[in-house]
Design a protein around this ligand. Sequence first.
Ligand SMILES: Cc1ncc(COP(=O)(O)O)c(C=O)c1O
Length: 395
Amino acid sequence: MAIAKKMEEFAQNSSWIRKMFEEGARMKARYGADKVFDFSLGNPDLPPPPQFTTVLRQLAADETPGMHKYMPNGGYPAVREKMADKIGGEQEVKLDFNDIIMTCGAAGAINVTLKAILDPGDEVIILSPFFVEYKFYIDNHGGVSRVVKTAADFDLDCDAVIAAVNEHTKAIIINSPNNPTGQIYSAAKIHKLGHILEAASAKFGTIYLISDEPYRKIVFDDFTVPSIFKNYKNSIIASSFSKDLSLPGERIGFIAVNPEAEDHDSLLEAMTLANRILGFVNAPALMQRVVAELAQTSVDCGIYQRRRQLFCDILSEAGYRFQPPKGAFYIFPQSPLKDDVKFLKILQKEKILAVPGQGFGCPGYFRLAFCVEDEVIKASAAGFKRAMEGLSYKE
Ligand SMILES: Cc1ncc(COP(=O)(O)O)c(C=O)c1O
């Protein structure tokens, strides 16, 4: 076999999302796309806001020489300046262009961050259920994932974090609003986490808090996402415009480093070098200039909120147990069968596709992504009901 053993192993166990995607393609070819209710992918269906097209057209027509050349590996200084204002506003902290690096999406941002901070064997705490790719990203840079469970309602379990930190801990990744649960960690919880990490850093050496927050702007009702920077100095934001501007294919994101972070300058230097030597070199030039003009813009969250309500009503009516999501575009109901994969087979008979919780390190649940048309959600109601018939939750 010519490929690396590790990649062979990864490919076999890798992604339930990919498996469901392939299953979805098979089912759509067989029954017709409109007969399949595919809730497996977190690929935003909303188009980017109209301002995106306007700005893109203007910038694409700009013939100033050098628009498509290499630039500093951290991105255009003028773009980073604008991003510093935007992210500083969200974090309620004054930021400078030097605190920002433009990246290839949030995935690029997390990989650059981990490359800059991990030595072989360093541990990174991730909270289950977790975004599937974290384990791969940590492994990419010689780190070891340490999985810590969240509470029954998927909120941060601070005691579990305290029990997990040790002399090998280098970082913790949090994701709020969360994929796959839609949970948002409150200001009080983030404040407490900041204290825990402060104490643990004093005992074991610097522990970084990496906040992966591409869904920051996709929030429902009156929920808000608290500032990370105000609550812990050794903190890093890794984010993108993949979800709030519906631009996942354009691979544009950023890192923001807390100006108070220890070793701030050397951390940013290491990240800039990581951006280069991981082969990204720099974030896409045109997209950097585009998103800098769209700081105050996002997709219409009201649409996701409406779909979330539709889905919650359908699932409640059919007897499913779930926490209504506070943000992002996922619901994570409990599977009525302990074996989530077995239950998803029942859903598949109803032509409904979801992702099993075990793909997120949380068996016994399943994820539904509601970045699909309202009609698809509505039309799936009967199938969800039939799948539940004859089943009940065992205490
Ligand atoms: C929690 C989370 N983090 C990171 C990413 C990666 O985002 P990007 O496409 O911007 O790299 C995703 C994408 O689905 C995500 O859900």
